[in-house]
Design a protein around this ligand. Sequence first.
Ligand code: NAP
Length: 285
Amino acid sequence: MQIIDGKKVSANVKESVRLETDRLIAEHGVTPGLAVVIVGDDPASRVYVNNKKKACGLVGFKSEEYALPAETTQEELLALVDTLNKKPDINGILVQLPLPEHLDDKAVIERISPEKDVDAFHAVNVGKIMLGEYDFLPCTPAGVMEMLRQYEIPVEGRECVVIGRSNIVGKPMGMLLLHENGTVTICHSRTKNLKEVCQRADILVAAVGKAKFVTADMVKDGAVVIDVGMNRDENGKLCGDVDFENVKDKCSYITPVPGGVGPMTIATLMKNTLKACRLQNGIDD
Ligand code: NAP
C-alpha cells in the first residue's frame, strides 16, 4: 500500500506555476492576479480564503481580497463581480461558497465572466468540460487527476466508481475519469447495492461528506482509493469519507485526510489562474 502524498504533488504543481509566473513577469511584464471574494464570517471559509491568498503569494501572483459583511445584498455582490470582470489586472475571480442564505450563489457564479471563472463553475465552462474542450477544470476533480498522473496510476479501461454527484465534485470527477477512458459509475443516495458497486472499483473516489462512510468491506483488494471528503469526526478532528485505518491495507494506493486531495484543490486554482492570465493576454508561448 502506498499513501498518495497530496502535499508533495501540490508542491510540484505550485513550483511549476511559480516558474512559469516568473517567466511571464520577465518576458511579458504581466503578473497573474486573483480576486477572492468572501461574504460573512464563516470560519471554514476564512481558512480557505487565507490558504488561497497564501498560495498566491507563494507562486508570485497578485491577490486581492474583498471581504464583505454578511448583510451584503445581492445587488452589491453582483456590482462587485461586474467591477472585477472589467479589472484588467485581475485574471481570476473566486467567490467563496457557501454564501449567506439570502444570496443566490447560482446567479453570482453566472455573473462571473467565463474567462475569469477559475473555479470552472460557470455554465459555459461546465459545458466545455462535457465536450472535452475546456480552458479550466474544476479544482478538486482536476487535482485528483493530477495525483493519479504523478503517481502513474492508469485510468484507461479501469472500473472507476465515484460516490457523490455534486456539481463541484462528483459529476465533473466522473467526466474527467471518462475523458481518460475509465469505465465510470457515479453513485448517490438513491443508488441500490452501493457496497457491491463499490467492490467493483479499481479506482474508488469518495465525495460524500460523511465521516468514515467507506468501510473496508466496500473496497476491492488492490483498489486505488481517493478520499475527497473533509469532515469532522466525533472528536472534532478533520477526517475524510473513508475509514482510513481499516481500508488502507486493502488498497494499492490511498489518499489521507488531511494531506491528500485538499492541497490539490488550491494547486489547481493556481494553475487555472495562470492559464486565465495567459489567455487574457494572448500569450501562447
Ligand atoms: P454534497 O454536495 O453534499 O454531495 C454529496 C453527495 O454524496 C451527493 O451526491 C449525495 O447524493 C451523496 N450521498 C450522500 N449520502 C449518500 C449515501 N448514503 N450513499 C451514497 N451517496 C450519498 O458534497 P460535495 O460538495 O460534493 O462534497 C463532498 C465532500 O467533499 C464533503 O466532505 C466536502 O467537504 C468535501 N470537499 C472537499 C474538497 C477538497 O478540496 N478536498 C473540495 C470540495 C468538497 P444525492 O445527490 O443523492 O443527495
